[in-house]
Ligand binder design. Structure first.
Ligand code: AMP
Ligand code: FES
Ligand code: ZN
Length: 308
């Protein structure tokens, strides 16, 4: 196998592109894919300040590294979700990367600042933890970016993540979610702009990027995410991709280019009908936002049955 760009011996193949690369050309390929996403979708300019949501995993650490290498101003945000040892370890990877590169990492600790972690939230809602976890993350990403005056918030969602979410949304015809599934969600009153610069890169490419760049990341998956339905959707897409490389990218990019706008209008009007949460000020269709009501439930004293 020879590198497509320079003909040196290749270290990795990318079947979707029908290509193989040597180390330097693979890193160049990753930077090019991110540069294209950022420029094609006008995610942000070099003058804008980007806040990267960093989980300590491969995708978000690679994203932070790629944005800095491309010359963007990018700081990090780590959220401690209170998931025992998993959260402690993932926080260490995020902090170590920031310290080794002299970067600013903001931190929010869910239990320390709001009195509950994801396990308590899941117990209070009696639903899969990922729902309460995702809701808390989205709320805290937005409030931290606004509080510290960033122009845009970037997450490490990659091609595999986004294709799986898209398939899930299509299978259930979740038109509201389809209207919001785009690499760029523009800012609106009370909402910072949100972007996903890794949509042109797959999971395997991100792991290879970290290994080749010497970035240490948490390999374990979240212990609460077992049974997460996206894992099944990823398996289905992987088997389609095996038979026909490029399927995932065609599915996702076709939607972004030709499908999304058909669902977007309804989402715009949803967003304009919001008012500030009476507890925290975040935009919400109700009196109290979903995060504040989750917090109230998760921190409510547990009713103890009287003993006889
Ligand atoms: P997930 O929701 O776990 O699939 O993660 C998607 C993206 O959200 C990651 O690539 C990160 O950008 C961000 N993220 C996930 N967990 C955290 C966390 N604890 N702190 C900050 N950002 C996170
Ligand atoms: Fe959210 Fe595990 S990271 S439930
Ligand atoms: Zn609120």
């Amino acid at each position: 196998m020879k590198c497509r760009r320079c003909k040196a011996p290749a270290v990795i193949d990318v079947r979707r592109h029908n290509a193989a690369f040597c180390q330097d050309c693979f890193l160049h390929h990753c930077r090019e894919q991110v540069r294209r996403s950022v420029e094609d979708h006008r995610m942000f300019s070099p003058q804008e300040r980007v806040l990267v949501a960093v989980s300590g995993g491969k995708d978000s650490l690679a994203l932070w590294d790629l944005l800095r290498t491309l010359g963007y101003q990018a700081d990090g945000l780590y959220i401690g979700l209170g998931i025992g040892e998993y959260s402690d370890t993932s926080g260490t990877f995020a902090r170590d990367y920031a310290a080794a590169n002299g970067l600013t990492l903001h931190e929010v600790d869910l239990r320390g600042e709001f009195g509950f972690g994801v396990p308590e939230a899941a117990a209070a809602t009696r639903r899969a933890p990922c729902g309460a976890c995702g809701l808390s993350k989205r709320h805290l990403f937005n409030s931290a970016a606004l509080e510290h005056g960033y122009d845009v918030l970037a997450t490490g969602h990659n091609l595999d993540d986004e294709a799986a979410v898209l398939l899930g949304n299509v299978l259930r015809w979740e038109t509201g979610y389809l209207g919001r599934q785009h690499p760029v969600l523009p800012a609106a009153p009370g909402f910072v702009r949100k972007v996903k610069p890794l949509i042109r890169l797959g999971e395997r490419e991100m792991a290879a990027y970290c290994v080749l760049q010497g970035i240490d990341y948490i390999v374990e998956e979240c212990p609460m995410a077992a049974g997460n339905r996206h894992l099944g959707l990823k398996e289905v897409l992987n088997s389609l991709e095996d038979r026909s490389p490029g399927t995932k990218a065609a599915f996702l990019f076709g939607f972004v280019e030709r499908g999304h706008e058909r669902f977007a209008e309804a989402t715009e009007s949803d967003r304009s009908a919001l008012r500030p949460c009476t507890s925290c000020g975040a935009p919400t269709p109700a009196e109290i936002c979903a995060f504040c009501s989750l917090r109230a439930r998760a921190t409510a004293p547990v009713a103890v049955r009287p003993s006889r």
